[in-house]
Design a protein around this ligand. Sequence first.
Ligand code: TYD
Ligand code: MG
Length: 466
Amino acid sequence: MAKSYAQYICQDCGYTNPRFLGRCPNCGNWDTLVEEQIEKSSLSSTGSFSRFNATSVPRSIQDIHSDEENRIHLKHEEFSRVLGGGIVPGSINLIGGDPGIGKSTLLLQIALELAESARVLYVSGEESEQQIKMRADRLHRNQDGTQRSLPENLYLVTETNLEAIFDHTGKIKPGLLIVDSIQTSYLPQLESSAGSVSQVRESASHLREYAKRTGTSIFLIGHVTKEGMIAGPRVLEHIVDTVLYLEGDHHQAYRLLRSVKNRYGATAEVGVFEMQEGGLIEISNPSEAFLAERMVNAPGSAIVVTMEGTRPILVEIQGLTNPTTFGNPRRTPNGIEFNRLLLITAVLTRRAGISLTEQDVFVNVVGGLKISEPAADLAVAAAIASSEKDIPVKADTVLIGEIGLSGELRMASRMSDRLGEAAKLGFKTAVIPSRLRSGGISWPKDLNVVEVRSLHQALEEALIKK
Ligand code: TYD
Ligand code: MG
């Protein structure tokens, strides 16, 4: 007999406690503990280990075939790459992201592609079959824009009850199962409501068990809370094999697909997409895309090479200074951190002779990218200085480096990758911090690498001389 009892679970970190607490002792957040009914099946009546017959069989490591050989390769190369080289049969994968960012769109595109060669079941708890079909019509087009016939092996169903879902998978036997979303599916045996921590955890565990038993690959879509975590939280990340996040600015077309956990490949892989009329289009050369609308020789613009995972990407940073009309000067960053901007403006004022104490300062990272690494400091400073002096940064120059409080510059990671990417895109000069040790690394030959010690020197090198 199963009996149930109440327990309190933190919605942010999954911490459980038998009593209610106002503040979670684990993650320190307030008002996050919610009551949940926990099912407890009574212990096995044998009560002893001795008579247990295991169904699992230990095998020699030589006899075990890796899933690597069986990976399903996709024409969606960026997606494949982020997964580590294709979909692993029997893997369970989670895609998280803000509502409306394009998770359903991306997986429907993958479903349409895979359904050419295997059965695919797309289970939605959020949209009707008609809605999904209308979207599929829009996504599945030929190069010239004409409609392609939809694959008959793609099955759609609107369902949230996991028992019903398993009933369908039993009949259809899909090679790929998509569950949109894990927060809407539920197990009827549990008393707690769909989306609660225990429902999400139990549903995911059952799906995982199904994936491993049948070799079906599963993609779960997960919603993200306002703090940016997948709701129903870390527990889910432990259950699945890979965790991907789809990110981007809602007002911009670019989307980044990032792997944060991958049992079958490298993490920190990033794929770049653009949301267009016909769905998410892969951007195989993101640097070119991010620089496409750049105005060359305009003051207030500088180029940085930032690392997204293992990938160097060239991005334009814009700065604008304008006299403060009243009160305190404003600092408005878009795409970099506020505190970083405060530091950079302070160092520009105190160490580089560019007074910003009565100037509003705006900074914008073009394309909606968010840069958190300090390697972008130098380009941000150059964009601001260029606007304030009304002198453009040299058009063929990139700037990379972290700024310290005394105006000194610090090296960034993976400098040769960054410089290589700049050279590939036709940039001629790179202004970077000088090296203390060369470490045997040489910079690309076709790039004029200018190593400088201070912010002041860097600006002298980067700005056009009047
Ligand atoms: P969706 O995949 O529904 O987001 P999620 O599942 O992450 O909530 O994406 C919704 C947005 O994408 C919506 O604002 C419309 C836009 N979109 C396009 O711009 N082009 C398209 O071809 C499709 C299908 C959606
Ligand atoms: Mg959706």
